[in-house]
Design a protein around this ligand. Sequence first.
Ligand code: DX5
Ligand code: ZN
Length: 217
Amino acid sequence: DRSIKIAPSILAADFANFGAECAAVEAQGADWVHVDVMDGHFVPNITFGPAMCAAIRPHIKGVMDVHLMISPVDPYIEDFAKAGADVITAHVEAGPHIHRTLQAIRASGAKAGVALNPGTPAEAVAHLLDLTDLICVMTVNPGFGGQKFIDMSDKIRTLRAMIGDRPVHIEIDGGVDPKTAPIVAQAGADVLVAGSAVFKGGSVSDPAPYGANIREI
Ligand code: DX5
Ligand code: ZN
């Protein structure tokens, strides 16, 4: 489906070559580039921060989609906005004031995303729908790439109905591959994050597999 956007997660890319990996995956047909920021506190893994986002920004022509798996979020919003994030997504579980966080993200000039862990119900965003541009439904417990897909189709359907005609994306993150992508697309998702399924088999010197992998999803 051409209206479905594919957002490769650079968590599965070569960490020594992020700039070239971003450019390669875009040249191979990626719609957005998904950037997973982890703090070793909200999730049990550490990746990178705003300085890395700023460094890769010139290598991305399209949307830089920054997924913050950090707590607290608010002290760092301005840094990620200045780093050039187009979308900044915060977790509803990351603190007591997600409403304020989404307001602050929009005030920074970025689009505001809100993410839901698998154990968090759709209703957690019921009062945030007019403050958000994207709802990220996690289909793994966040922290690592390459995990097994957890079916959240009922949550996606509930969210689609709640959103109504608002211009809000539903993004799916975790375990997306050619088998699971149709399930989430059918349920109403329109942005699919994929890490291992996009980057497998390729490299910056041989990026063609990225394109083949994207077309398969
Ligand atoms: C998980 C991250 C995901 C992850 C997806 O914590 O938020 O973006 O990189 O990786 P795959 O597609 O390999 O499940
Ligand atoms: Zn992510």
